[in-house]
Design a protein. Structure first.
Length: 320
């Protein structure tokens, strides 16, 4: 069987290389996917995932994550999780231990504590600096910023979010898809979400069928970019369903991406949603063929098979 690991292009080469080495040694897809996601969550240089992710508008890092097993179609997810080092591992344990799929907020944190998940202050000094700079840039005074940082925000937080996220700020999500030597697929998605978001905002990453889907029989998909679009379209499940219906991976990717591009066009949802004005989808079919498609050019993925020593960088196909 053709074993490989596929991830978005921002993931560091050494993380993907470790995953490919584990596949060569016979590791199952689920273990490789979870570990790759954990490694990215610990990467302080990545301000869109885990530790050092950019916070919400009030300065709290809220993480979303999901995990799906293609052999069983079992899935687990967490949303608005705070101060837990590895959200992806909590998401996988939701799948393994509970009769549920998604936990959010206080319940997600309670579950994380109950299973002994490691706690960590996820707001790094660098991410905090970026947050304070953004508050200054949207015109807040030092006194107003001090009040927010002290836990006393203004009554109109909606206005703050609209002012902050109206600035284009290319953020991303950590998506990794793994196919092991037995042909099993696992997908892991983890993110700190859109920068400066309204507290409690949940994107597509923990929504099964929107930001993530996996089925060994047909393939897997994962999305990144403006999650509000993929939630409204059910993009990941739609792509896998198209492959189930006989479409090739390339055909499925182009059809779904074109629909997402139409949703991003004028009249597709309102400018207040356009903090990130692109979406990208990564796909892998049941035979191990992988690809990526995006609503703008210049976005990349990395692929590495178990018998390769370094990842290949592939530009996502631009679909307008």
């Amino acid at each position: 069987m053709h074993a490989l690991i596929v991830a978005n292009g921002e993931v560091k080469d050494e993380i993907i290389q470790r995953g490919a080495a584990a596949l060569r040694a016979g590791a199952p897809a689920a273990e490789v996917a979870e570990q790759a996601a954990r490694d990215v969550e610990d990467d302080a240089d990545d301000h869109s995932v885990g530790f050092s992710g950019k916070p919400n508008i009030l300065g709290a890092v809220e993480c979303d994550a999901s995990f799906m097993d293609g052999a069983t179609r079992m899935a687990g997810a967490v949303a608005a999780l705070r101060d837990i080092r590895h959200p992806i591992s909590v998401a996988r344990q939701v799948m393994l231990r509970l009769p549920h799929v998604l936990l959010a907020g206080e319940g997600a944190n309670r579950f994380a504590a109950e299973i002994g998940a490691e706690r960590r202050n996820m707001l790094s000094p660098e991410a905090r600096r970026l947050w304070l700079e953004r508050l200054t840039a949207i015109g807040l005074t030092d006194a107003e910023i001090h009040d927010i940082a002290s836990g006393h925000p203004p009554a109109d937080v909606i206005d703050l979010v609209k002012r902050a996220v109206g600035w284009r700020d290319g953020t991303d999500t950590m998506n990794v898809m793994v196919r092991d030597t037995a042909g099993h697929l696992s997908v892991a998605v983890t993110t700190s979400g859109i920068s400066w978001k309204y507290p409690g905002r949940v994107g597509d990453s923990p929504i099964i069928g929107a930001g993530i889907y996996a089925d060994d029989r047909y393939g897997a998909a994962a999305c990144m970019g403006l999650g509000e679009i993929t939630i409204r379209l059910g993009s990941s499940l739609k792509a896998v369903t198209l492959m189930q219906a006989g479409r090739t991976m390339d055909e499925a990717g182009r059809l779904v991406t074109r629909e997402m591009a139409e949703m991003l066009s004028p009249g597709g949802g309102g400018d207040h949603m356009k903090h990130v004005d692109w979406v990208r989808i990564i796909l892998i079919d049941a035979h191990g063929k992988a690809g990526a498609f995006a609503t703008r050019p210049g976005l990349f993925v990395k692929l590495q098979s178990a018998d390769e020593l370094t990842p290949r960088v592939v530009e996502a196909e631009f679909v307008s």
